[in-house]
Design a protein around this ligand. Structure first.
Ligand code: PLP
Length: 435
């Protein structure tokens, strides 16, 4: 059964339970479309990374990539779990500050950080800036000189390897808008500028090879390539990295076909590769940082929708429409992302029909799931799309002037609204009249 691939229970009435609460109760109380997170699963995911490094007795930082899902409540959970936090914009940084996240545990990313973003990062004394390009170095130097401050940085490098995943979300290959190329000397140019810099403290290297990765090979290759470069800098100028950041990308299960590795396996393999290389170079083990996003929140999230109209095209397809779609979850339209779903009120009933789930936006491409096996579907049934916790709400838009859904956190049988549903007033709140 579909529900067996996902970390959720079904109660005696056949209703999908999330964090100990009946999903139908949530749909009724908060309305749909609704994003619901089982916070217990978020914590479990975070702890499986953190605990593995502890067990291996290595210095490590697990930074939650908040672009996967950022809100004040989510950032607070990351804080409670002792994670660091990756932010990539003024908005994500501001969210972290509003959440009371310790600034020394915040890391700033981005391939086009603005002067304002860099200044905000410096003013707030965040823990680290991951340097992406030469222009940014120039901006950062100016800000630090003006303010007579220093800041820790990593150099982001693109190791020129391909990870085995969908090309639209691949960022570690050579032809990438991110980071400094290791092969053509750009990384070396950045290093020459930054090591022994008066205001910029170079701590080490960063790389992020891709997303939704189901094997560890790519991380091993990346570590080896980073160390090939580090060996040169060690020989040339005695540079010893304090930090190596291997990024995120740990795969999760969306559908039955996905076979994710247990998270501790990624951590163990990365530690083994860094350890081996450090011994080879005879340097002490650098601190290991990772940046999971999807693997922290993805499988903890469920989207609830109410079924409305349907359209049967004999011998072709049955379309069933829901009250949300590409505006609250762009992933299927953007990169053909696949999801599984159940009827929340008939979660253990055997499928008797196959339907395709259409969103309500005026786009033929607004389809959430093609050919989904379901029990008999009635208007008013609640559809629960599973594993929507990452890059769902965070990529939501107001296309068709649809209001963004509410977000609810559930933990230990208690539900709590953490992002209010947008209203039509919110939709026009920045519009100005022209008459
Ligand atoms: C997106 C991103 C992550 C998180 O990736 P996931 O696939 O969600 O784990 C980590 N680091 C960087 C630099 C990223 O751009």
């Amino acid at each position: 059964m579909i529900i067996d691939h996902h970390p959720f229970e079904v109660n005696a009435a056949g209703h999908l339970m999330i964090g100990g609460v009946d999903s139908l109760t949530l749909a009724e109380k908060y309305g749909t479309p609704l994003y619901v997170y089982d916070v217990g699963i978020i914590r479990k995911n975070a702890r499986s990374f953190v605990q593995t490094f502890k067990d291996l007795d290595v210095q490590a930082k697990v930074a939650y990539a908040s672009k996967a899902f950022s809100s004040i409540a989510m950032v607070q959970v990351a804080k409670q779990e002792g994670l660091c936090l990756d932010v990539v914009s003024e908005g994500e940084l501001y969210t972290a500050l509003q959440a009371g996240f310790p600034t020394e545990r915040i890391h700033l990313h981005g391939n086009n950080k603005s002067r304002e973003e860099l200044k905000m990062a410096v003013d707030e004394n965040i823990g680290c800036i991951v340097i992406d390009n030469l222009y940014e170095i120039q901006l950062l130097e100016e800000i630090l000189r003006e303010e007579n401050k220093t800041i820790d940085v990593l150099i982001r490098v693109t190791p020129g390897i391909e990870s085995n995943t969908h090309q639209y979300i691949m960022t570690g290959n050579e032809d990438s808008k991110f980071g400094f190329n290791l092969i053509n000397g750009q990384a070396d140019e950045a290093f020459q500028l930054l090591h022994n810099h008066g205001h910029i403290q170079l701590k080490g290297l960063h790389c992020h090879i891709g997303s939704q990765i189901f094997e560890t090979e790519g991380f091993m290759v990346a570590v080896n390539l980073l160390f090939d470069q580090l060996e040169k800098w060690l020989d040339q100028v005695d540079f010893v990295p304090e930090v190596l950041n291997l990024g995120g990308g740990y795969g999760i299960r969306y559908t039955e076909e996905d076979e994710p590795l247990a998270y501790h396996i990624y951590a163990e393999k990365i530690v083994a590769a860094v350890r081996e290389n450090s011994e080879r170079l005879n340097i002490s083990l650098p601190e290991i940082w990772i940046e999971p996003g999807r693997s922290i929140v993805g499988n903890a999230g469920v989207s609830l929708y109410t079924i409305g109209s349907s359209k049967e095209i004999p011998n072709i397809r049955n379309y069933v429409s829901v009250d949300g779609g590409m505006a609250d979850n762009i992933r299927p339209a953007l990169y053909e992302a696949q999801y599984e779903a159940v009827l929340a009120n008939k979660a253990t009933e055997e499928p008797t029909t196959t339907v395709s789930i259409a969103g309500k936006a005026c786009e033929s491409g607004d389809m959430l799931i093609w050919d989904l096996p379901l029990p008999e579907v009635q208007p008013g049934d609640v559809l629960a799309v599973l594993a929507t916790g990452a890059y769902g709400f965070s990529m939501a838009s107001n296309y068709n002037r649809l209001a963004k859904p509410a977000v609810v956190f559930v933990e230990d049988g208690m539900d709590r609204l953490v992002v209010r549903r947008e209203s039509v007033e919110d939709i026009v709140k920045n519009d100005l009249s022209y008459e």
